[in-house]
Write a protein that binds this ligand. Structure first.
Ligand code: ADP
Ligand code: TRP
Length: 321
């Protein structure tokens, strides 16, 4: 089975990205064909500083590699290095109904947040559909916020197959209940654009500060608390096994267990998970030429598959003569 997903280099990667997409991709790599890429063309819809985009791209590369992505075993590349995707986007654009894009809620959300209402932002889902269909992916691991984009990719694939004959596999979204929406410091969805993230590779001191700044209600230490209603427990649960999560939940319910104490526990498990990888991550990030070599190798492998699909598509739409 072919597993594929991408991530935007629009900021530093955080625990929402980790549980919604990255850790699951790395797990899939053990038994499946994995396609993982950094979607810098998508990030151009919101990042207008070239140096920032370059740095974020290399940072995301270092993050994935230090978390265990194996570039030999998998396909790991930067979107703009496989330009076939932009050609496919055009073919798909011409069978994508305007109304389908108009119904896209993430476009409206992004414009409300101040991202310029460009043509690129409006047609973002078509480029994403091209990403997926170009590689004939079976399954796409993402967080819940990407559900509508995935439905659009399926609609676009079905429409193309109807118009031009069977060409694309219809991809399945892969969203798990536990990590569908990881909450951020303020209880909203953790997101680079809400300034409420806990980045994966923060220095220890900053990590602690961030965790200590998680917003809670004003219940006293003595009062019983509902673990399902607080961000500390919701994030903690993702790091530990159900028994250990149950112990914290019970302490909250019984009372005499303060938020400060719970934050210390959370800090401990987050730090235990990522601290051992931090040195490796720093080493990788400080060696851009090594990272670029890895990405070039990935692009070469990915391009071979992309070219194959694109050749079939050109034939179908009639741009060969
Ligand atoms: P952001 O909202 O921070 O810009 P992206 O849109 O780049 O994140 O998301 C990259 C991947 O991480 C997507 O698969 C997305 O669904 C997932 N993801 C992002 N934030 C969360 C979250 N808070 N909970 C679960 N998954 C998330
Ligand atoms: N839209 C996705 C996000 O913001 C990123 C993305 C681009 C993607 N192309 C993709 C995800 C293809 C899965 C498959 O997170």
């Amino acid at each position: 089975m072919r597993i594929l997903s991408g991530i935007q280099p629009s900021g530093k990667l955080h625990l929402g990205n980790y549980f919604g997409m990255m850790s699951r991709m790395i797990e899939y790599q053990k038994n499946h064909e994995l396609f993982c890429f950094i979607v810098n063309l998508h990030a151009l819809t919101s990042v207008f500083d070239p140096e920032t985009l370059k740095q974020n791209t290399l940072a995301a590369t270092a993050d994935f590699l230090s978390l265990g992505l194996d570039p030999e075993k998998s396909y790991f590349w930067v979107q703009s290095d496989v330009t076939e995707v932009t050609e496919l986007t055009w073919y798909l654009s011409n069978i994508t109904p305007f109304g389908l894009l108009e119904r896209c809620t993430s476009y409206k959300d992004k414009v409300d947040k101040g991202i310029p209402a460009s043509h690129g932002l409006f047609s973002y889902p078509v480029l994403m559909a091209a990403d997926i269909l170009l590689f004939q992916a079976d399954k796409v691991p993402v967080g819940k916020d990407q559900k509508q984009h995935l439905e659009m990719a399926r609609d676009i694939a079905e429409k193309f197959n109807r118009v031009y004959g069977e060409t694309f596999k219809i991809p399945e979204p892969d969203i798990t209940r536990d990590s569908a929406v990881v909450p951020g410091l303020d209880g909203q969805k953790m997101s680079k654009s809400y300034d409420n993230t806990i980045e994966i590779f923060l220095p220890e001191k900053e990590l602690k500060k961030k965790i200590m700044s998680i917003k809670t209600d004003s219940k006293t230490v003595e009062e019983p608390k509902n673990p399902d209603e607080n961000v500390i427990h919701q994030i903690y649960k993702l790091f530990v096994d159900p028994d250990q999560a149950g112990i914290m939940a019970e302490q909250f319910r019984k009372g005499n267990y303060g938020y400060g104490q719970a934050k210390q526990e959370l800090y401990k498990v987050v730090s235990e998970r990522f601290a051992p990888l931090r040195e490796k991550r720093e080493k990788l990030f400080s060696n851009p030429s090594y990272l670029k070599d890895i990405l070039q190798m990935g692009a070469k492998k990915a391009r071979a598959i992309a070219a194959d699909t694109l050749e079939k598509v050109r034939e179908k739409v009639g741009v060969v003569y």
